[in-house]
Design a protein around this ligand. Structure first.
Ligand SMILES: [Ca+2]
Ligand SMILES: [Ca+2]
Ligand SMILES: [Ca+2]
Length: 318
C-alpha cells in the first residue's frame, strides 16, 4: 500500500515536471524474471555496449558485444546508468547499496569497484570529462514537493569536489561534456518542464538550446558537432531529436508516435544513435524497454537488443 501511494505521488510529480525518464526511487523491479538475459536479438556490431537490465530482479550492469553478454554486477541493490570512461578502461555507474544513490567506478571487467560519493542524498546520472580525469554527477535533494537537482564535479586524483555551472539558478541534471569544446550540456528547469541547456565552462555562461519544457537528456556526438536529445514536442511521448551544438537545425530523428524513445547515446563512428524504446511508459523503472538503433542519415530504426528485463541506458565504446 505504502509503495503504491509513493509510486502514485512520484508519478504525479514527474508528470508535472514534464518527464525525463526518471523515477528510480520507485524502482519496482520485476521479480518473475529469473532466466537471465539469454538471446536478446543483438545486432551484429563492433565494440562494447554497457547497459542496465533488471532481468535478475534488480538492476545490474551488463556488457554486450557481438560475442555475447557479460554480467558485471551481482547484488541485491540497484546498479544503474553505466558509462564508459573515454579510454574504455572504466565504467562509472550509480548504485544504492546503502538505500540512497552514490557514484561508483569499476574496471571494464567489473573488478575493483571504487566509491566516489557517500552522502545520504542521491548522487546519480554522472558524466566523464573528455580527459577521463573527473566525473560530474547530479545531486538530488528531496523537497516537500518534488526534488531540487544540482550538478557537481569530482577530481578522481585529488577527490576535490566543486559545484558545476553554479550560475544556473534552477534545477540542473544529467551532465554531458562536449568531447572537443569546453561545453557542458545538461537538462535544466527554468520554466515548468525541462529543457536542454549548454554551459560554457570557460566563459561561465549558459544558454537554452530548447524552449517549451519538452526536452531533456542531451548527448554530444563523438565529433562534438551534434547533440542527440529527447523531445516530447511532436508526439507527447518522446522521440530522439538532433540539433547542432549551438541549438540550430533541430530535427526529429525517430518518427514514432506509438512509442516513448529515450536515453540516446551515439555509436563510436557517430553514424547511429542507440536508444531505448517503450510502448508503455517513459519511465525506466516500469513497463517494457528494449534497445534500438537509428541511422542518422536515413532515420531507419532497427532492433539492437531486447532481453527479458528492462534494457536501458546503453553506452557504446569502440
Ligand atoms: Ca544489482
Ligand atoms: Ca548518496
Ligand atoms: Ca515516439
Amino acid at each position: 500500500m505504502a509503495r503504491a501511494r509513493i509510486l502514485f505521488f512520484i508519478a504525479v510529480v514527474l508528470a508535472a515536471g514534464g518527464g525525463c525518464g526518471r523515477g528510480r526511487e520507485a524502482s519496482a523491479a520485476s521479480s518473475d524474471s529469473t532466466a537471465g538475459l539469454g538471446a536478446g536479438g543483438a545486432a551484429d556490431f563492433s565494440g562494447r555496449v554497457v547497459f542496465q537490465s533488471d532481468a535478475d530482479g534488480n538492476n545490474e550492469i551488463y556488457v554486450l558485444t557481438a560475442q555475447g553478454l557479460t554480467q558485471l554486477t551481482h547484488n541485491t541493490w540497484s546498479d544503474e546508468y553505466p558509462l564508459w570512461s573515454p579510454d574504455g578502461r572504466w565504467i562509472a555507474f550509480s548504485a544504492n547499496p546503502d538505500g540512497n544513490y552514490d557514484i561508483f567506478v569499476m574496471a571494464a571487467d567489473g573488478s575493483g569497484i571504487r566509491r566516489l560519493t557517500s552522502s545520504p542524498r542521491d548522487e546519480v546520472e554522472q558524466a566523464w570529462t573528455p580527459d577521463g580525469k573527473k566525473l560530474a554527477y547530479t545531486e538530488e535533494v528531496k523537497r516537500p514537493f518534488g526534488k531540487r537537482y544540482s550538478l557537481w564535479i569530482k577530481d578522481l586524483a585529488t577527490d576535490a569536489v566543486e559545484r558545476l555551472a553554479p550560475e544556473f539558478p534552477d534545477s540542473a541534471a544529467l551532465p554531458n561534456f562536449s568531447p572537443v569544446a569546453p561545453l557542458l550540456a545538461f537538462t535544466g528547469k527554468k520554466t515548468p518542464g525541462w529543457d536542454v541547456f549548454v554551459y560554457d565552462r570557460a566563459a561561465r555562461t549558459y544558454q537554452a538550446l530548447t524552449e517549451g519544457g519538452h526536452a531533456c537528456r542531451p548527448h554530444f556526438s563523438p565529433d562534438g558537432r551534434t547533440i542527440a536529445y529527447v523531445s516530447h514536442e511532436a508526439d507527447r511521448r518522446g522521440d530522439i531529436w538532433l540539433m547542432a551544438a549551438d541549438g540550430g537545425g533541430k530535427r526529429r530523428l525517430t518518427v514514432r508516435d506509438e512509442t516513448s524513445d529515450y536515453f540516446p547515446t551515439w555509436s563510436p563512428d557517430g553514424r547511429a544513435v542507440v536508444f531505448c524504446s517503450s510502448a508503455e511508459t517513459m519511465y525506466a523503472h516500469e513497463g517494457r524497454w528494449g534497445m534500438y538503433l537509428v541511422d542518422v542519415a536515413t532515420g531507419r530504426v532497427s532492433l539492437f537488443y531486447d532481453g527479458p528485463g528492462r534494457d536501458v541506458f546503453p553506452d557504446w565504446h569502440k
